[in-house]
Write a protein that binds this ligand. Structure first.
Ligand SMILES: O=C(O)[C@H](O)COP(=O)(O)O
Ligand SMILES: [Mn+2]
Ligand SMILES: [Mn+2]
Length: 511
């Protein structure tokens, strides 16, 4: 084996820098503003390229921003995977959503019994958790079945889209209802409450009480509800637009959840199901796409098969991996990298780093990065571990606050952590592949419809850096191809570990 080959063979590290996107330097580019000597050096001194992490290249609708779920799934699968947003859109386009037998059965029963239909979901066009236009198809189906009482329980965004835009989307909901000839906005609440995923049940309970029992501030218009929010769209207080109790969920009503992504709606769905059961009510429930709820909810669109990825190949080859991330991204290096498969294979170890108390990302952009780094360094030093898979969450998680100075600090903290990880990699003779899963911090503003630049903490369609640091000296340094996607990561990792890409993978080794 030549020096060069040896430098790219053997045990290694797959490091995902969450939200590490690439865009030209600008005054809203937190990564460019931050002092990041390690990352700068990485992409200039070692084989590096830019990988597509959004749109069709990963299995999303063309032109849509990447996200952590599809990003980590494609990194693991070694192929683009038709994501839930795309599958829902296809079902809308070919007419199979509105004529779906499960939906028809529920709507026929609802119309016959004179019960109400409740539609619950995020109202924005962020295309990460939901798209408000999907409501249009559900409303049309309800109208076709002559369901007369249709209540929309709108969740406002301000995270995947610019804050302050909720009125526009709520007006769009009203227009969709008018076009369908059925439906009214019954309640409004921010996603901070309705889409908590960190187990803060006090937040979730406010959404449950609102939707199930009509408990919230009485308002006479969506504009009044929006005006009452002191903390923006994400934290819109629970507001009721109908007369008292009119839109509460009664026994025998139907509920359709229209978020297509599960992770941030499942806690609410679980709590609502349990609350209804505890009060002797049961509802016919459906979800637009498959959810990971405790009680199974029949879905209108099934998930794509994501098997045969990195986890299966590592397992077949008997290669041990340790997965490390803090709570915010733990599922991403385990469940999502493994193709939304909760099985923990015998050659896998999972390390979940948690902090104390509620995180404050602006006050503490470092989050628990020191402990994540220490765990990564420890795993790197183990001779029985073939592959360390870790996610450094800060760039994305702090980026979501839309707070530029805090995000700059998050980038600098990440830079220092990568420096420590590289040093450990060098000491123990491991190669390292670092990659972003989607863009975020490289664009921290978005132009509003009035032309002004607003703070924006959401994701982008930018490509992500991908760099491979050899275990030793590699001369001459190989040149990576230019046209690369996240689907090439797993084949490259397997190649570096001395194995062929899995037969289900369509990506290719980059070396
Ligand atoms: O859920 C969130 O926090 C954002 O809407 C999307 O971010 P993620 O895809 O990085 O989780
Ligand atoms: Mn991410
Ligand atoms: Mn994110």
């Amino acid at each position: 084996m030549s020096t060069s080959e040896a430098a790219f063979a053997g045990p290694g590290i797959l490091l995902v820098l969450d939200g590490w996107g690439h865009a030209p330097a600008a005054d809203d580019n937190a990564l460019a503003l931050a002092h990041t000597p390690v990352l700068d050096d990485l992409v200039t001194r070692f084989p590096s390229t830019l990988a597509d992490a959004s749109g069709e290249a990963v299995g999303l609708i063309a032109g849509t921003v990447g996200n952590s779920e599809i990003g980590h799934m494609v990194i693991g699968a070694g192929r683009p995977l038709p994501y839930d947003s795309l599958l829902v859109q296809q079902a809308i386009d070919d007419g199979t959503l509105r004529t779906h037998p499960l939906l028809s059965t529920v709507l026929t029963k609802t119309a016959a019994t004179g019960r109400a239909l409740h539609l619950i979901g995020l109202c924005s066009d962020g295309q990460i958790h939901a798209h408000v236009d999907h409501l249009g198809d559900l409303l049309a189906a309800a109208a076709a079945h002559q369901v007369s009482r249709v209540f929309i329980h709108a969740i406002t965004d301000g995270r995947d889209v610019a804050d302050g835009s909720s009125t526009v989307y709520l007006e769009r909901v009203a227009a969709l209802a008018q076009r369908a000839g059925t439906g009214q906005i019954a309640t409004v609440i921010g996603r901070g409450y309705a889409m908590d995923k960190a187990g803060n049940l006090d937040l979730t309970e406010q959404a449950v009480a609102l939707v199930a029992d009509g408990q919230g501030a009485a308002v006479s218009s969506v504009q009044q509800a929006v005006a009452a929010s002191e903390r923006g769209d994400e934290w819109m207080p629970a507001s009721v637009l109908t007369s008292a109790g009119q839109a509460a969920i009664a026994d025998g009503d139907a509920v359709v959840w229209f978020n297509f992504r599960s992770d941030r709606i499942q806690q609410f769905a679980d709590a609502l199901i349990e609350h209804l059961a505890a009060s002797g009510r049961s509802a016919d429930m459906l979800s637009l796409a498959q959810y990971d709820t405790r009680a199974a909810i029949p879905a209108l669109v099934e998930r794509a098969d994501a098997s045969g990825g990195l986890a299966d190949e590592l397992s077949a080859a008997g290669l041990r991996s340790v997965r490390i991330a803090e709570a915010e991204k733990f599922e991403h290096v385990t469940y999502y990298v493994n193709g939304r498969d909760a099985t923990v294979r015998s050659v896998e170890e999972h390390v979940r780093i948690t902090g104390e108390g509620k995180p404050d990302y602006i006050a503490r952009p470092q989050m628990n990065l020191d402990r994540v780094t220490a765990a990564v360094v420890e795993a790197i030093g183990r001779t029985d571990v073939d592959l360390v898979i870790a996610n450094l969450a800060n760039i994305d998680v702090v980026g979501h606050t839309g707070h530029l100075p805090a995000t700059v600090t998050a980038c600098e903290a990440t830079d220092a952590a990568v420096g420590q990880i590289l040093e450990a990699a060098r000491d123990s003779g491991r190669w390292l592949l670092a990659v972003g899963d989607h863009g975020n911090a490289e664009t921290m503003t978005k132009q509003a419809s009035d032309g002004t630049a607003r703070a924006y903490g959401g994701h982008t369609t930018h490509p992500v850096p991908l760099v491979i640091v050899p275990a030793g000296t590699a001369t001459p340094a190989p040149v990576l191809p230019k046209s690369v996607t996240l689907a090439d990561v797993a084949p490259t990792v397997l190649h570096l570990l001395g194995h062929k890409p899995g037969s289900a993978m369509t990506g290719r080794p980059l070396l």
